[in-house]
Design a protein around this ligand. Sequence first.
Ligand SMILES: [Zn+2]
Length: 266
Amino acid sequence: MLGAMSRQITWYEDQAALPPMPTDADTARVRLDAGNAAFAALGAAGAELRIPVGPETFGLAGPDGLHQEPFAAVLGCSDARVPVELVLGQDTNDLFVVRVAGNVPGSDCVGSLHYAVEHLASLQLVVVLGHSNCGAVSAAVDAMLQPRGYLELVHDPALRGVIDSLLAGVRMADLALREIHGERVQHHPGYRDALVGVSALANAAVSATVLAADLNHEVVMGVYDLATRTIGSPGADDTWAPGLIEAPGDDDALAELLARAAQAAI
Ligand SMILES: [Zn+2]
């Protein structure tokens, strides 16, 4: 028996109620933004999210057989607090999901995305999804701030590989914070938290830019904010702008995005 105040997510089979498949990147992005907004609205007591799905979601053949038909591919973090299909408010068969700690674009992950882009005709969009308070990003930040601790990773080359992949983004975030707030920012009590936050954005942005060139495909990005359950990026005037954004097209666009994040972070 569910209490009146309990929240619900329901995947229910109803072929006739399925929304039309997005046929371009823009429609795909709009649908993901709407799905995340619906998920974020579950913060209200008693809220319910009902998602119509096809029989494939239950492992059963649909009208055309048991095919995967994702309209978007997502590179996200393994963090259990960021279940990709749920936070984007989609059916399981809507998304081709690659999850790895820190959403780092290692060769196996990029290879999986190559496969999706080349072989899944339904695919319209590739998404890089970072998130706030990421453990892998925090570990990379601490590796830079306290190199002595990094030495312990010598005995775990696989984990070190994840951390090493994140260090470039941490350096960019550090640079952005220093440029906006001055060199003394490293003594600010909120510096480490700010560095973790800006680094998650930098990591997602760099990955998205690299993937856009590598896949020769439309790539968007965003950061899932654990506190508000919204996916977005820092907007103008220290605001949080919900919605996925295009991968930064060049160094200037990346620098501008990180400057906004650095401004808002402290
Ligand atoms: Zn994470």
